[in-house]
Structure formats: structure tokens, C-alpha cells
Write a protein that binds this ligand. Structure first.
Ligand SMILES: Nc1ncnc2c1ncn2[C@@H]1O[C@H](COP(=O)(O)OP(=O)(O)OP(=O)(O)O)[C@@H](O)[C@H]1O
Ligand SMILES: [Mg+2]
Length: 379
């Protein structure tokens, strides 16, 4: 039985690996590689008269590194995922990105900063805990490391992928937040006392998943990040929240004590998510592309039942259904982000004065119907 209570542990056949990693070469490639000892030896599962090769999740990194669609970053990269809008796929993007990097043999650490524990829940679901005593215990986390003197070994948990670790969320994140507030140069706490120590342990990518409510943990993760990923839903609520998001980031930039860290905020990347095929969603996406062309990804993550299902089963979408259109979205997104990791210095500074909504007096007539022809984009 795995961490998630699944008795039937997922494995990958040769054909499934070709789809997962988008391998273009012949079907013989992996079979030859296995025979020559270049990739791990598959287990054999009986399928009628034949023995079918199947590889397990812990074997995927060695295969992904050779045959996958992304290479290791040239320098350690710290990513933070933040958006003040709830439910726009921050945790899902963190989870999917981390798992896909890890199966490409990129040593990855995820750090959950949300008291809701949504990221931790994806790795260690409470639903599978069998006794009340166990349900009342919590894994040690960031507060125990930064405040109570625990070692990194005490707070870093392994996952089912050998190249992916997590510092789990626990209820003392609230305390940590208040504690950081009392420190001098408080937004530098992670940068000073956490990130160098993690890089020393060989993590190639570190990803923070934030809560939607602005706090000291978010400020710290932003200051220590090379790339800030901000998912934005293609819905009216997200559309209206985006200006506030950019404004908040810009105001925060002005308060950072160490001015050399301000450069980090140049690498602010918007990811359109939850795109629907209806007219409003398409218009919103078109306006994002028009107004934020220099910081928005060309890939959009569509709204999808498969996306929901994969999270519900604690899998990345690529592991769950590598053929689905939303899996293709993630593949493209991750390739696009991977390029940004190496060229972070070249990303344009974000405009701190984005176009705002037109302010309309309540007494003014409503605008006439929008000409959809100019706003539509093809998904
Ligand atoms: N492609 C998708 N389409 C629609 N729903 C999805 C998709 N992928 C994931 N979901 C579901 O959307 C919900 C919200 O996602 P998620 O928790 O990642 O958002 P969030 O931005 O982290 O939210 P919060 O602000 O509460 O932290 C989850 O229930 C998730 O399973
Ligand atoms: Mg979340």
C-alpha cells in the first residue's frame, strides 16, 4: 500500500512512458536502454501469456533525465507561487511542476506555506490516517527548523519520488508568521537562514506554495525567489483581482530593505488558468494577453475534470492521464517555465502601473455589447 492508501500501485509500460515523457524515438529505445543497463530494470507483469515490462515511480527519474522533455536547470532556482485570489491552481501548479521536475531527475524541494495544508495533504492525505492519535500528530515543519532548532533532516520529508522532498505545512505556521514579524530585516529570514542551507544540500529547484492572504511568509518566499509564478484564473473574479495583485507586489517592492533583492521581482510570471471555452473566459484571456504580454505565459491551463480527478487521486496530471489535453497544457507550460529558469535575468520588469478598470459612475449607462471578434483568441 502506498502513502495514499492505494493498494494497486501505478506502474508505467513502455508505451505509457513514451506518452508521459513525449519520447519521439522508436518503441525499441527504452527496451534497448534497459537491456544495456542504461535505465533501471523493469518489473515484469504477466499479461496473458506475455511478460510486460513495467517501471515504478521511483525508477522514472533515471528514465526522465535521459528521455524526458526538460533538462536540469543550469543553476539552482527558487520559485514561489503566489496569487491573492483563492482557488486559481496555485497548489495544483506547484504539485504538478514539482512532480514533473522530479521525474526528470531534478532534485526538487517543495515547501508549503499555507496553514490550510493543501500541498501537504496531496503528499500525506489525512483521509488515509487510521487512528485518532495519528490524526492528532503533525509532521515537523518550517517553524521547528527556524525557531526551535530542529535540523533540516528533522523537517524534510521524503515522498514517493526519490528526487522530490517536502517541508510539510503544520499548524505552527501561524506562530512562525508572527515570529518573523518580530525579526530585523524580516523579509530576509528565508534568504538568510533557509535558502543557502537548502542549496547546500543539492536542491536544484525549490518551490514555495503560498496561501492567498498576504503575510510575512509570502514576503519571505518572494524575496528569496528567482521566479514568481502567479496563476490567474480566466474568470471575472480573478480578472478584477489582478490589478490588486500587481499593485501589492509593486508596493511590497518599495519596502524591501535589501535593494539588491528587488531585482527578483522582475521575474514575475502570470499563468492563465481555468480557461473555459465560453465567450467571457476567452475575452478575459485575450485581455490578459493584450495588457500583460511581456509577463504572461503563452500556455494556458484549461479548466478540466481530468485536472480535478488527478488532484483527487494525488497524482500529477501527467501521471494520471498523460494523453489528456490538460496534460499537454502542463507539458507545454513546464517547458516554457524551464526556459525562464535559465534566462531569469532577461525577463522584463513588470509594469507597476498596469491599466486599471474604467471607473464608471453608478448613474452612467452600461457599456454596449463588446465586439467579441476583436477579443477572441484560439485556445
Ligand atoms: N485543470 C483544472 N480544472 C479545474 N479544476 C481544477 C483543475 N486542476 C485542479 N483543479 C481543482 O481546483 C481546485 C483549486 O485548486 P488549488 O487548490 O490548486 O487552488 P489554490 O490557488 O491553491 O487555492 P487556495 O487559494 O485555496 O490555496 C482544487 O480542488 C483542484 O482539485
Ligand atoms: Mg493552495
Amino acid at each position: 500500500m502506498d502513502n495514499h492508501g492505494n493498494t494497486d500501485i501505478k506502474t508505467w509500460t513502455n508505451a505509457e512512458l513514451h506518452t508521459l515523457f513525449n519520447i519521439q524515438s522508436s518503441r525499441q529505445t527504452l527496451l534497448h536502454a534497459e537491456r544495456e543497463g542504461k535505465i533501471p530494470t523493469a518489473i515484469r507483469k504477466s499479461h496473458g501469456q506475455t511478460q510486460v515490462r513495467n517501471w515504478t515511480i521511483d525508477q522514472l527519474p533515471a528514465i526522465g533525465e535521459k528521455y524526458g522533455f526538460i533538462s536540469k536547470p543550469t543553476k539552482p532556482t527558487v520559485i514561489t507561487v503566489f496569487s491573492p485570489k483563492g482557488g486559481v491552481l496555485k497548489t495544483t501548479v506547484t504539485f504538478n511542476l514539482a512532480r514533473v521536475l522530479a521525474i526528470h531527475n531534478i532534485k526538487t524541494l517543495v515547501i508549503g506555506l499555507d496553514i490550510q495544508k493543501s500541498l501537504t495533504e496531496l503528499f500525506f492525505p489525512q483521509g488515509t490516517v487510521e487512528t485518532l492519535e495519528l490524526a492528532q500528530t503533525e509532521l515537523a515543519g518550517l517553524k521547528q527548523y527556524l525557531v526551535d532548532g530542529y535540523s533540516l533532516d528533522d523537517v524534510i520529508a521524503s515522498t514517493d519520488i526519490p528526487t522530490l522532498d517536502i517541508i510539510p505545512e503544520n499548524s505552527s505556521l501561524n506562530f512562525l508568521e508572527k515570529w518573523i514579524y518580530g525579526q530585523t530585516a524580516r523579509e530576509m529570514t528565508f534568504e538568510r537562514d533557509l535558502i543557502p542551507q537548502l542549496k547546500e544540500r543539492g536542491y536544484e529547484v525549490i518551490i514555495f506554495d503560498n496561501s492567498p492572504n498576504w503575510n510575512q511568509l509570502i514576503e519571505n518566499s518572494i524575496v528569496s525567489a528567482n521566479v514568481i509564478l502567479s496563476p490567474i484564473g480566466c474568470d471575472i473574479g480573478s480578472f478584477q483581482a489582478l490589478r490588486t495583485n500587481i499593485q501589492t507586489m509593486s508596493e511590497f517592492r518599495d519596502t524591501i530593505v535589501d535593494r539588491s533583492r528587488v531585482d527578483n521581482l522582475r521575474n514575475f510570471v502570470l499563468i492563465p488558468t481555468l480557461a473555459e471555452s465560453n465567450k467571457l473566459s476567452r475575452q478575459i484571456l485575450a485581455s490578459y494577453i493584450r495588457d500583460y504580454s511581456d509577463m504572461i505565459t503563452t500556455t494556458t491551463i484549461r479548466s478540466s475534470v481530468k485536472g480535478q480527478e488527478s488532484s483527487a487521486l494525488y497524482m500529477s496530471i501527467l501521471e494520471y492521464d498523460a494523453r489528456s489535453p490538460v496534460a499537454e497544457d502542463y507539458r507545454e507550460l513546464i517547458k516554457e517555465l524551464r526556459k525562464k529558469f535559465d534566462e531569469t535575468e532577461n525577463v522584463k520588469e513588470f509594469d507597476s502601473h498596469p491599466p486599471g478598470p474604467e471607473i464608471r459612475k453608478q448613474s452612467a449607462p452600461l457599456p454596449s455589447k463588446v465586439d467579441s471578434q476583436h477579443s477572441e483568441v484560439t485556445a
